[in-house]
Design a binder for this molecule. Structure first.
Ligand code: PMP
Length: 397
């Protein structure tokens, strides 16, 4: 037997499995609501105009492709920090925040997880029940025991807030709590501002370590509005980690642009943290890729391009909201006995639709693909496919 002969097949990725089944479907009218990507009203992944214009500037510059510093492009790290914490924030003024460019939001989580494993190896990690399907595996692979905290309430289709507080109150001090800053994936159920304030107070007073995952800044209520929770956590004092991603907000999925920011107690502590974060990066992939970081840094630092980005992002946010409204209204007409009003309250790209595994299977017979949990990507609905989707759902209810 050779070294590899006994290796077993790894389990299939549940979401990529849907895409494979979808690709194999011969029906030209097939619809994939299982994805985690924003599509425009033509069913296409947009290439934002602000990105095209930034790329034109970069091509004109024809810069050589040298290595970036380990922590990434300085202009990018600075722009990200200001976007995430606010340019006038105390943590930036006092040089207590450090930011490293990362390979997407996933890479940011991975740098954070490896960093925490080095300095808090005995800590427990808690993720929401349910959470983005990669959170558990990512922190487990970094060496942590990963637990759930109560989050979703299937009856109200919202957050079980009392249950969440009870979970937080039962965690040992020093536990790492992964929180979705906005647009909870997979449920679409977010906390209110007042609820966040209570969470921040419990996390801080109990000595828990918040790790905010912000993959959808700008998709809920606006760039500053969605970032406000990060700022309130930063103001609360205490250690804080923030992973953010531009995959969705710049429609730059394949360029892998994200960042990890860590807030320290002092500028001196921050400098030591940064040196250790660089060590994690150096031993994993040495330094990040250039192109995506330059595009985002160029857009954020060029007033006209930034204005354009904010408009384009608002366009995506508004279109998703319109699809939620249409989904609810059309289902009200086609399936009068069923209440889908909660889909309007949910926010971001996804919705836990309440469809059962069996109903999802029946939808698939009509060439409409969703996740077994009932998660649908609202951003995959458009003016041409929504009536087909509604008719199919009305049929399976
Ligand atoms: N966190 C959450 C909650 C996500 O939904 C995603 C991706 N959809 C990520 C992190 C990873 O982002 P990226 O694709 O930029 O790695």
């Amino acid at each position: 037997a050779s070294l590899f002969s006994a290796i077993e097949m790894a389990p299939r990725d549940p979401i990529l499995g849907i895409t494979e089944a979808f690709n194999a479907d011969q029906n030209p009218a097939k619809i994939n609501l299982g994805v985690g990507v924003y599509y425009d009203d033509n069913g296409k992944v947009p290439l934002l105009a602000c990105v095209r214009k930034a790329e034109a500037i970069l091509i004109e510059q024809a810069a050589p492709r040298t290595y970036l510093p380990i922590e990434g492009l300085a202009a990018y790290d600075k722009a990200v920090q200001e976007l995430v914490f606010g340019a006038d924030s105390a943590v930036i003024q006092e040089r207590r925040a450090v930011t490293v460019q990362a390979i997407g939001g996933t890479g940011a989580l991975k740098i954070g997880a490896d960093f925490l494993q080095r300095f808090a190896p005995g800590a427990q990690v808690y993720i929401s029940d349910p959470s983005w399907e990669n959170h558990r595996a990512l922190f487990e692979n970094a060496g942590f025991v990963v637990n759930n905290y109560t989050y979703y309430d299937a009856v109200t289709h919202g957050v079980n807030f009392d249950g969440m507080l009870a979970s937080l109150n039962a965690m040992p001090a020093g536990s790492i709590v992964v929180l979705h800053a906005c647009c909870h994936n997979p449920t679409g159920a977010d906390l209110s501002v007042a609820q966040w304030d209570q969470i921040i107070s419990v996390v801080t007073s109990r000595g828990l370590v918040p790790f905010l995952d912000m993959a959808y800044q700008g998709f809920a209520n606006g760039i500053a509005e969605d970032g406000a929770v990060v700022r309130r956590f930063a103001d609360a004092g205490g250690p804080l980690l923030v992973s953010n991603s531009f995959s969705k907000s710049f429609s730059l999925y394949g360029e892998r642009v994200g960042a990890l920011s860590v807030v320290a107690a002092s500028a001196d502590e921050a400098a030591r943290l940064l040196s250790q974060l660089k060590r994690v990066v150096r031993t994993n992939y040495s330094n990040p890729p250039v192109h995506g970081g330059k595009v985002v840094a160029t857009v954020l630092a060029t007033p006209e391009l930034r204005q354009l980005w904010e408009e384009e992002l608002a366009g995506m946010r508004v279109r998703i909201r319109e699809m939620r409204n249409a989904f609810v209204e059309k289902l009200k007409a086609k399936a009068p006995g069923h209440d889908f009003e909660f889909v309007r309250q949910q926010i971001g790209m996804f919705s836990y639709s309440g469809l059962t595994k069996e109903q999802v299977a029946s939808l698939r017979e009509q060439s409409i693909y969703a996740v077994d949990t009932g998660r649908i990507c609202v951003a995959a609905l458009n003016s041409r496919n929504i009536d087909i989707v509604i008719d199919a759902i009305a049929k399976v209810l």
